[in-house]
Design a protein around this ligand. Structure first.
Ligand code: ZN
Length: 275
């Protein structure tokens, strides 16, 4: 069965990259409508009717330290944690009304959003992608492989040369219960040696220890929620990017050191493999 949300709710705060404020309201939507962004403020301010934008891979505009969607007129930055929460909890249909340009970072995880989502089943059959073949993508030492499976599962490996991080491995079947308990709380992270470069690129203007785990040469600067919080966050991000398939997925995903660019490449290749 498809699902939407029972009650509308809003989140507000600054985006991790732009440092600008946004208000986002998530509303229930009809069966088969999918996840769509609605640009409330721009419509009102300029009197221009900007159509809703589907949260699908065709609208991906950027993947640099976050996934940016755009319809050519309006863009939404860093949408992956919100989309991950909806997909992880099995919400097929919702409208995301945004006033601003970047989804609020909140605490750097999707936990505050999952606490607000009440899933409401709809009387319509759900659809899931059944893979015809395995799909493999790679870039340098990062790779992702997806094999047909009766359930949606993710195995992820990361490997950093830092104390307290090193190699982390996790494998989860992605169910709403596991998403809430094992994945949603994992926060985004940055290494202190990345910070100058990210700031030069105009990124992480809203980043702080309140919304990110910062990892220095001796390990994390803030207390961790899980011993292997970073690999769990990578799974959270991958779920958000896979949601851009626009439908549920049956498949077992094996990812090694993958990030948004490769995640999106995988989504595009899965779509091609179905044609
Ligand atoms: Zn993330």
């Amino acid at each position: 069965m498809q699902a939407t949300i029972k009650k509308s709710f809003s989140i507000e705060g600054i985006g991790v990259h732009t440092g600008t404020k946004a208000k986002v309201t998530i509303l229930p939507a009809e069966p088969d409508s999918g996840i769509k962004f609605r640009f409330a403020e721009t419509c009102k301010r300029n009197g221009i009717n900007i159509p809703d934008m589907s949260a699908t891979v065709e609208n991906v505009k950027g993947t640099l330290h976050g996934t940016t969607l755009s319809n050519g007129k309006q863009e939404v930055k860093t949408c992956e944690h919100l989309l991950s929460a909806l997909y992880g909890l099995g919400v097929d249909n919702a409208i995301i009304e945004i006033k601003g340009t970047e989804i609020p970072a909140l605490d750097g995880s999707s936990l505050p959003i999952t606490k607000l989502i009440e899933v409401s089943p709809q009387n319509s059959k759900s659809k899931a992608i059944e893979l015809k073949e395995c799909v493999f993508v790679k870039s340098n030492d990062a790779s992702i492989f997806i094999a047909p499976s009766e359930e949606f599962k993710i195995t992820f490996i990361i490997d950093y040369p830092y104390p307290g991080i090193n190699t982390q491995y996790k494998c989860f079947p992605i169910t709403p219960e596991i998403y809430r308990e094992q994945i949603a709380g994992a926060r985004t992270y940055a290494f202190t040696e990345w910070i100058d470069e990210l700031q030069e690129k105009g990124l992480i203007r809203g980043g702080s220890l309140k919304n990110s785990v910062v990892i220095g040469p001796d390990g994390p600067l803030n207390p961790l929620r899980y011993e292997d919080e970073q690999v769990r966050h990578k799974i959270l991000d991958l779920i958000g990017d896979l949601s851009l398939l626009g439908t549920r997925l049956n498949g077992w995903v094996f990812a090694v050191k993958a990030g948004h660019t490769l995640n999106i490449e995988l989504v595009r290749r899965i779509k091609c493999s179905l044609e």
